[in-house]
Design a protein around this ligand. Structure first.
Ligand code: NAP
Length: 284
């Protein structure tokens, strides 16, 4: 079986759709917190296993020997090491054939990367066959409120001229599907540095938004303290805002700029360019 955790999340849903396009539903299972959220998948013949990373006992029956498992990292920053340890322990106890994990680019040294690096260590220590899908940034991180950004006319950040090689979630999902289903050989114990084919700066993002909308959009680079105040002012919890400002410092250092081409090679096509994602975001 192919088993996807976090399958009711944004990336997970795309991975499951990709799997269902390639293999029968009877070969796909999801390990999710809410059976209700996965009811549509159950109706299509996908096995639904209810688990919570916070409750290790719920993970006991989640996997079986020979499963090819995708662990999608949890969304609660600060809690993810014990959560992921519980999943790795359950996968080890079951004897899965592959544990793929949505990690972060190897160059990342900002705080958000710490839990991913610790999880990779846990997986290595388990002795299970693994694949590290070291995901770069999602393009959607910058386009979730594209219309709002255009209305305000400002792309605000503290990353300076740092470049970001993003790709949309759909590209990362396709890569996960390729690895799970074993397209191309040699995914066991492989490390993939997944990023978009081209890196761009926040000034270039502002220019793309301006061009696609026909309205003025400028990049405004600010000091970290001002960036933090703006994020908190926009309603983000202070702890998470601090994490994002720290990421921008990493972007300024070039840590999300690498374009090794692993993602395009895995999915067998170029990654979706920023300009296309901008057009899609503004037309939706
Ligand atoms: N590369 C990037 O730019 C980037 C950006 C943001 C996040 N991420 C990481 O990538 C992951 C996937 O991204 P996404 O956009 O799909 O995030 P998402 O939509 O927030 O999905 C996270 C998934 O994790 C599940 N989950 C959270 N806590 C859990 C728990 N205790 N037990 C079981 N499942 C749990 C959620 O379940 P529910 O559906 O029940 O909520 C959800 O399905 C995130 O969780 C985060 O680690 C990466």
């Amino acid at each position: 079986m192919y088993v996807v955790t976090g399958a009711t999340g944004q990336l997970g849903r795309l991975v499951v759709e990709g799997l269902l396009a390639k293999v029968p539903a009877s070969e796909v299972a999801v390990a999710v917190r809410s059976a209700e959220k996965a009811a549509d998948l159950a109706a299509r013949g996908v096995a639904v296993r209810v688990v919570d990373y916070d409750e290790p006992e719920t993970l006991a029956g989640a996997f079986a020997a020979g499963d090819r498992v995708l662990l999608i990292s949890g969304s609660e920053v600060g809690r993810r090491i014990p959560q992921h340890r519980a999943v790795v322990d359950a996968a080890k106890a079951a004897g899965v054939a592959l544990l793929a994990y949505t990690s972060i680019l190897g160059a990342a040294t900002f705080r958000l990367a710490d839990e991913h690096k610790a999880t990779e260590e846990l997986i290595l220590a388990s002795g299970l066959p693994y694949a590290f899908l070291r995901n770069g940034w999602y393009t959607e991180n910058y386009l979730g409120d594209a219309a709002g950004t255009v209305a305000r006319g400002v792309v605000l950040g503290s990353a300076g001229d740092g470049r970001i090689a993003t790709a949309p979630r759909g590209d990362y999902a396709d890569a996960a599907v390729a690895v799970l289903t074993g397209e191309g050989a040699g995914h066991e114990n492989a490390v993939y540095e997944l990023s978009g084919d081209a890196a761009w700066s926040l000034s270039e993002l502002a220019a793309e938004l301006a061009q696609a909308s026909g309205k003025p959009v400028a990049h405004r680079d600010v000091a970290p303290a001002e960036h933090l105040a703006a994020l908190v002012g926009a309603g983000l919890p202070e702890g998470f805002a601090e994490v994002l400002v720290d990421v921008d410092a990493g972007i300024a250092r070039g840590e999300l700029a690498g374009t090794p081409g692993d993602l395009a090679r895995l999915i067998g096509r170029p990654t979706v360019p920023l300009a296309e994602s901008v057009r899609t975001a503004l037309s939706s």
